[in-house]
Design a protein around this ligand. Structure first.
Ligand code: SF4
Length: 332
């Protein structure tokens, strides 16, 4: 039997090529070898979005995101695709896990401290409890494997600690989720400095038109040493080169010496990249356009995913309640 993988992503709306190269492609690959449970974690979004912002954005973002996931090759026949809040058992499990999670473990989490600095006007209880909800997300489905980047390993380690503590108190209930390190490249935005992000507006959407894609790439920063076409470049410090590597490694190998010898200008190099990206994403964009005309199908995919996820969740919660003494044990 295939091992079960769980991964969750916040509903951030239209996905960009950083999401695609860093996570979505990997999600698609994992479908071959694992039973995959992929969740759009809308409850987590509420730790940062509030009030009318949340009401206006969440549904729209979920819809845009699932369109990109499906268009990129996530297959609802193979994987369980659903929205977190459609399986309310997850919040019950979060509450129960929180009873055995020391407060000190949560208060030392670096991302909590960062969020306190970033949104001092909204340091809510959900922010502190975020790692417990994340643990509930994973163990509700008894997932054994969680794909993570190097930087997320400490988060998963905390989830493993929460699981160990629970299992120690109530008996072996959950598998300790193992990290599956993904070697996703860190994709910088068109500013060439920071990680590609919608918030920073340095991104290129998967669903962008070819013209928009080219326009965004033409504004991208390159090697600052190349002020004129005749200046030799350093492709290793240029984000355009890294994107060539991600989309067409052979082209990247061909261009690198031309850049170093000043035989190619940045404008030409960017045009080539825009062509590569547009060619690579053309089938995805076509599928996305087609899926966008079928809102009923999209609702069915998410509805069916939530049903399948709930079926697993109900069994887990029956076991958890019994282990914690919340229901009478069968005495025969
Ligand atoms: Fe970057 Fe290409 Fe310009 Fe070299 S030629 S600096 S790789 S954009």
């Amino acid at each position: 039997m295939k091992k079960r993988v769980f991964s969750g992503a916040r509903p951030t709306g239209r996905q960009h090529i950083g999401n695609y190269l860093g996570a979505i492609q990997n999600y698609v690959e994992l479908q071959k070898d694992y039973q995959c449970v992929y969740c759009i974690v809308d409850l987590h979004a509420l730790t940062t979005l509030q009030g009318s912002e949340a009401v206006d954005q969440i549904q729209q973002n979920v819809r845009e995101m699932i369109l990109d996931w499906l268009a990129a090759g996530l297959d609802p026949k193979q994987s369980i695709l659903f929205v977190q809040s459609q399986v309310p058992e997850v919040t019950e499990l979060q509450t129960l896990l929180s009873m055995s999670t020391p407060l000190s473990w949560l208060m030392r989490v670096p991302t909590f401290k960062e969020k306190v600095k970033m949104q001092p006007e909204n340091v809510n209880y959900g922010l502190l409890g975020y790692p417990v909800l994340m643990t509930a997300d994973i163990v509700l489905y008894k997932a054994e494997v969680v794909p993570v980047g190097e930087d997320q390993v400490p988060h998963l380690e905390l989830a493993r600690e929460i699981v160990r503590r629970f299992n120690g108190l109530y008996g072996d209930t959950f598998p300790e989720p193992q990290p599956k390190l993904t070697h996703a490249p860190m994709i910088l935005g068109i500013d060439g400095v920071q990680k590609m992000s919608k918030q920073l507006d340095n991104h290129i959407e998967l669903a962008a038109t070819p013209e928009e894609t080219a326009r965004r790439i033409m504004t991208a920063f390159t090697d600052p040493a190349r002020k004129r076409k005749g200046d030799p470049g350093h492709p290793e410090v240029c984000n355009i080169h890294h994107l060539h590597e991600a989309f067409q490694p052979e082209k990247a190998r061909e261009i690198a010496p031309q850049c170093r010898n000043a035989e190619i200008g940045c404008v030409e190099c960017k045009k080539l990249l825009a062509g590569e990206i547009n060619e690579a994403l053309a089938p995805l964009r076509e599928r996305r356009r087609e899926l966008a005309t079928r809102p009923r199908y999209i609702r069915e995919v998410l509805g069916d995913g939530a049903e399948r996820a709930r079926a697993i969740a109900r069994v887990t919660m029956e076991e958890v309640r019994e282990r914690m003494g919340l229901v009478a044990r069968e005495t025969g």
